[in-house]
Design a protein around this ligand. Structure first.
Ligand SMILES: [Mg+2]
Length: 343
């Protein structure tokens, strides 16, 4: 149920579609503006391909209408470059994409198709039509422009673009669901695993220390027994929030590791720095003063924390770091809880 509501598509912006028109012929631009404004579209005019490229990123048009023959930079070159811009955007989107889901890749692969380019060619110029498709134009209209044809093509392209945008929004919602713990809003276990893996490789390359804090709410089972699960959930949210406030800095990642267990991955951090952050977390949770009558050691909610640091090597693995932090956490519990043990 939650999944369905999270990916239900919010209505797209009610702003009118914007068409970026590039044509060196002023009378054509004037004609196009009149037609498109009558359709309720916003219009931005430029005179050549270079201006079109310059305007593209700021205007963020829904459609580009591109005259084939223009001075300075013709429509074919411009079309090619626009697609290059889109490809670069796609590449950086992929770089930042954290999950390996086939769904994500499929949808992202569609992204750069979403700003359609409509090329304007001369009626008797078949060669131009071929070239237009060669350089990646979505479709073409011929000069002299037939108004009905143009109107219909624009409508159809806009409808397609809207579908792409909805897919993109759905993809973002799914990615969010795939990496975020819905109760605490922290990174979930999956994201934790991905991030630890990535940072492990980075740190091995840079030969830099990677620290991990694992922590656990003391006597949390008794908390749930005494106050009920809804109160337990609120407690988890508050503790998670405190962790985020005290530990989420630079490249650090705070995650919900399991039921009442949390983790902080800290790249480029020596053990002393990690212990310091653990102290901040411990104090931050104490300061919440969440009453906990079921606790055998304190009237408020407390944490036990295990801290470990390794300089990753190619013959060790992220699970070695987890084991070390887990052992430290176990010792913290065995020694009476509400304390920090570092490896
Ligand atoms: Mg021209």
């Amino acid at each position: 149920m939650q999944l369905m509501s999270a990916i239900s598509l919010s209505p797209l912006s009610s702003q009118p579609p914007v068409i970026l028109v590039a044509d060196d012929d002023k009378s054509v631009r004037r004609l196009l503006r009149r037609i498109m404004e009558r359709e309720g579209y916003g219009v931005v005019e430029v005179c050549d391909g270079q201006q079109c490229l310059d305007a593209y990123e700021t205007v963020k048009p829904d459609i580009v209408l591109l005259d084939a023959m223009m001075p300075v930079m013709d429509g074919f070159t411009c079309c090619k470059q626009l697609l290059q811009v889109a490809r670069n955007n796609l590449l950086s989107a992929l770089t930042n994409f954290n999950t390996d889901s086939a769904l994500g890749n499929t949808v992202i692969a569609k992204l750069w198709e979403r700003t359609p380019i409509l090329m304007i060619t001369n009626l008797d110029d078949e060669d131009s039509v071929n070239r237009a498709f060669d350089v990646g134009a979505t479709d073409y209209v011929t000069k002299p422009i037939q108004l009905t044809v143009l109107r219909l093509r624009l409508r159809q392209l806009l409808k397609q673009a809207q579908v792409y945008k909805q897919l993109e929004a759905a993809n973002q919602a799914l990615q969010q669901l795939a990496t975020v713990d819905s109760l605490t809003d922290l990174a979930n276990r999956r994201r934790f695993d991905d991030y630890l893996h990535t940072q492990w490789i980075n740190s091995a390359q840079e030969e830099s220390p990677l620290s991990l804090i694992l922590c656990d709410i003391d006597f949390f089972k008794f908390y749930n027994d005494q106050y009920g699960h809804p109160a337990g959930d609120i407690c988890l949210q508050k503790v998670g929030h405190a962790l985020k406030r005290h530990a989420q800095k630079n490249q650090d990642l705070v995650a919900r590791y399991g039921g009442e267990e949390f983790a902080v991955i800290m790249p480029n951090t020596h053990i002393a720095g990690a212990v310091h952050v653990a102290q901040m977390i411990q104090a931050g949770v104490r300061d919440l003063r969440i009453t906990h009558q079921g606790s055998a050691i304190n009237q408020y909610v407390t944490l036990s924390l295990g801290v470990a640091t390794m300089v990753p090597t190619w013959d060790s693995s992220p699970s070695d770091l987890i084991v070390k932090a887990d052992q430290a956490l176990y010792q913290a519990k065995a020694a009476g809880r509400d304390r920090i043990v570092s490896d």
